[in-house]
Design a protein around this ligand. Structure first.
Ligand code: ZN
Length: 181
């Protein structure tokens, strides 16, 4: 009996998967449940509980994430989402960032366990035009963030974002993913 496998089985069962008896043994039912959980979580379904799977199983609950007074989350400062016109056309926050998006980005960051860099958060209309953003871009309303994570394929970042309920658009050549609520 392996205590880690037992913890994994308990976490899978708590999430509605069927790992078989909670006996700390890595049997076929546990493997199958791990694979199902990985598939639903945007992870490679290999049945192995590696770091990303462990993070998803144990640390990505949205309910444990809190905001600081200014709207920062544990891993993202509010300023990281400011309009990058640098004060030329707006005061940085022509719209407030969507709170659900911020919570899910924090969950994504916890799942990846590496820094997630925001390349674009909210944008004022002038800046949006400048960078070639689409009309009515969700960036205008604080409902989208472009990002990448060092050392993690952006397809993985996108898949995990989608498993958290975000919409993802891959920009392979530019090396970032657009995530939106
Ligand atoms: Zn601006």
């Amino acid at each position: 009996m392996n205590p880690f496998i037992k913890k994994v089985q308990e976490a899978l069962a708590a999430r509605g998967y069927a790992p078989g008896p909670i006996d700390g043994r890595d049997g076929p039912k546990t493997r199958k449940a791990v694979k199902a959980f990985q598939k639903d979580s945007g992870l490679e379904p290999d049945g192995q509980v590696g770091r990303l799977t462990e993070n998803r199983l144990f640390t990505d609950q949205l309910s444990i994430i809190s905001f600081d007074g200014d709207g920062s989350t544990p891993h993202f400062a509010r300023d990281e989402f400011a309009c990058d016109c640098g004060g030329a056309y707006c005061d940085g926050f022509p719209a407030a960032m969507n709170l659900e998006l911020l919570l899910k980005l924090e969950a994504l960051r916890n799942a990846l366990d590496v820094p997630v860099r925001i390349t674009s958060g909210v944008r004022c209309p002038t800046r949006n035009d400048e960078v070639g953003g689409v009309q009515n871009s969700q960036h205008l309303f604080g409902q989208a963030a472009d990002c990448y994570a060092h050392g993690i394929p952006i397809a993985t970042v996108a898949a995990i974002g989608e498993s958290l309920g975000l919409t993802a658009i891959l920009y392979e050549a530019e090396g970032f993913v657009h995530l939106a609520v």
